[in-house]
Design a binder for this molecule. Sequence first.
Ligand code: HEC
Ligand code: HEC
Length: 353
Amino acid sequence: MRLFSLLLVLSACQSSTETPAPAPSPTPAAEPTPAAAAEPVVEVDPVHQAMFGTLAPAAPKVAGVSPAVNDAQIALGQTLYHDGRLSINGEISCNSCHRLDKFGQDSEPTSPGHDGTRGGRNSPTVLNASTHVAQFWDGRAEDVEAQAKGPILNPIEMGMPDEATVVAALGAIDGYAPLFAAAFPDTEAPITYDNLANAIGAFERTLITPSRFDTYLAGDGSALTAEERAGLDLFVSTGCTACHSGAGLGGSLYMKLGLVTPYETEDIGRMEVTGLESDRHVFKVPGLRNIAETGPYFHDGSIATLEEAVILMANHQLGKNLSVEEADSIVTFLKALTGELPEGAATVPEMPS
Ligand code: HEC
Ligand code: HEC
């Protein structure tokens, strides 16, 4: 919803600030300023500004009474994110499958859990995930807070038997008491499963990675190279933005994989959540931020390279055959979506004992 309203706001701004083409300058062209001669101004296409939007971190869902409380929630979430003691064998943390030193994922087609068993789906990146309309490939969790409750109790991921066992394990680590108390003040027993999820979610809401593309959208056309701008134009003209638009370049809709040309997959996608036949093979459109760093691709991690993913997308979603040169041009643009985490976000905190 947030993405949509952002788009509306942006397009509204766009139409109200539309300026007529500048009148020809009376100054003779023979005497340009040295700066202008050296660096011709690269215009930013207003269509692009309207189609995508500003990527911004969000405050905790259950915001504290002061910035200090919010910071305490985020710091607690960062600690819990890395704590293997939230798993049955004491070794698997969120960071095992969503490594913050590897763009929030693990580069595996599917991920091994506490006993080495793998699920059927690829670990998506946690970076910018909080901006999506919902979580998971099939959108079955409403937000990052609801999502965080899943993997700890998932039998093949972190394998804890129930919430009470997790809360008891945290309660047995003395160092957690002051951290929970600072993050959730005025609560008698702040160590709860909900607060664990709220803290992890608060941390995840800071995992936002602006890139040169955002500098471009903010009005600095030269932030992208001519090749990247050509790739962006092709990305738009091919029709990728029918699904991959908004600040996350995706994450705002559900769509069928194989919309135009059927795609072979056993995974029924969102039909598992809604029970609707019309949701068979429907998935959340993934965001494309940092996409060059988060392969292998697709819900089952079966596609090894970004070039291949782009060619398959054009064919299955749009019924278009891209040449290798065209796919490479789009990939050149997609690489400019590789961004940077806020300072300190990838640091592994000292674990409480
Ligand atoms: C054993 C590997 C593993 C562990 C451990 C794990 N995850 Fe995941 N995570 C996955 C997989 C696989 C998916 C996709 C599952 C699906 O869509 O059905 C996923 C999905 C997600 C998503 C959704 C992202 C999106 O774009 O929809 C978020 C957020 C996330 N995990 C955060 C976490 C957090 C927080 C923890 C720790 C509490 C955690 N994960 C632990 C493997 C793991
Ligand atoms: C009709 C909607 C739609 C259109 C149009 C579309 N995509 Fe997608 N895209 C999706 C969906 C849905 C997925 C998830 C596929 C899956 O579940 O395996 C996806 C996945 C991807 C992925 C893999 C993401 C990941 O994390 O594994 C890439 C890359 C991608 N699209 C790029 C493109 C490009 C480039 C175009 C234009 C040529 C395009 N898409 C057009 C809906 C679309």
